[in-house]
Design a protein around this ligand. Sequence first.
Ligand code: CLF
Length: 287
Amino acid sequence: MTTLADKGAAALAEAHPCYTETARLRHGRLHLAVAPSCDLGCRYCERVIGAKAGLAAGPGTARRVLTPAEAVARVDEVHAKGWLRVVGIAGPGEPLANPATLTTLRVLRQAHSDIILCLSTNGLRLEAALPELLAAGLRSLTVTINTTRPETAAQLYDWAVIEGDRIVGPPAAAEVLSRQWRGLAAAVGAGLLVKVNSVLIPGLTDADLESVARRAAAIGAQRHNIMPLIPRGRMHDRRAPTPDELEGARAHCERWLVQFRACTQCRADVIVPPLAARGEVPCGACV
Ligand code: CLF
C-alpha cells in the first residue's frame, strides 16, 4: 500500500496544514515537546517550560517535557480520533540538540507510517543530522532563517554551541548563518518538503526578508512563512509589526517564494484538530 509518507513533496505539501491553507480543513497536527535543550541564543526567543507555561502562546512554550515513550502514547491517543496527519517536533528547545527527537521519530515511523513526520530547526546541526533524520522517516522540515547578512545575524544571535564549543558574538552569528543556509540546501537536496520561517522584526529583519525569500527559492525551498515578532525575551521592548507591515513583507517576498499565511505560531505541545472537526469551515475552503 502506498502511504502518504511514500508520496512526493508536492503531494505532501497538499496534505500538510503548514504548507497548504485548505489542508487545515481536513488534516490535523500535533507537536511533541520532547526537546527542552537549545544550542542557540536567539534574542527574540523565550523558553517557557512547566506550570508557568499555562496558557502562554508561542514557540518555545510547553507545559511539560515528554519522554519519547510518553510522546508516542500521545500520538496513539490522538491518532485514534481519525484526523491526525502531521506530527511535528518543534521544541520547546532545539529538536536537533536533543537525542529524544530521533528516538521519537524512529518509533513513530514504525508505528504510524501514514503520518507525515515534521520538524522545525534553527539549522545549526541540520546538515550533519540529515542522514539520521531521513533514516528515521522525516518528510517535512522547517528551517528558521531570518537574514542573509552577518551584520543582521549579529543582532539576532548572542551565542551558539558549535561542535560542543560555546561561541559568542559576531563570530557565532556568522557561523549560524552559514550553517542555516548549508542545512537548507542539504535538506532540499535530500528531497524533503522544506519551508523557511522568518521572524519579521521592524527595524531589524524587515529589510532582509526579500533576500531570504529570493535565496531560499533559488535553493529550492517550497514555502516561506513570515511570522510577526512576539515581543519577549531580550526583545521584549521591541514592537511587533502591524498587520499592514506583515502583509507588505509577505507580498514583497511572494515575488520569489510562495508564502504561507495561516501560521498560528504554535506552542511546542500544541494539538490542532482540522477545522472541519471543530465545526469551523471557512467560506471557499470546501473544495
Ligand atoms: Fe509543526 Fe512547523 Fe511542522 Fe507545522 S508548525 S513543525 S511545519 S507541523 Fe505551522 Fe505552527 Fe506555524 Fe510552525 S502553524 S508555528 S508553521
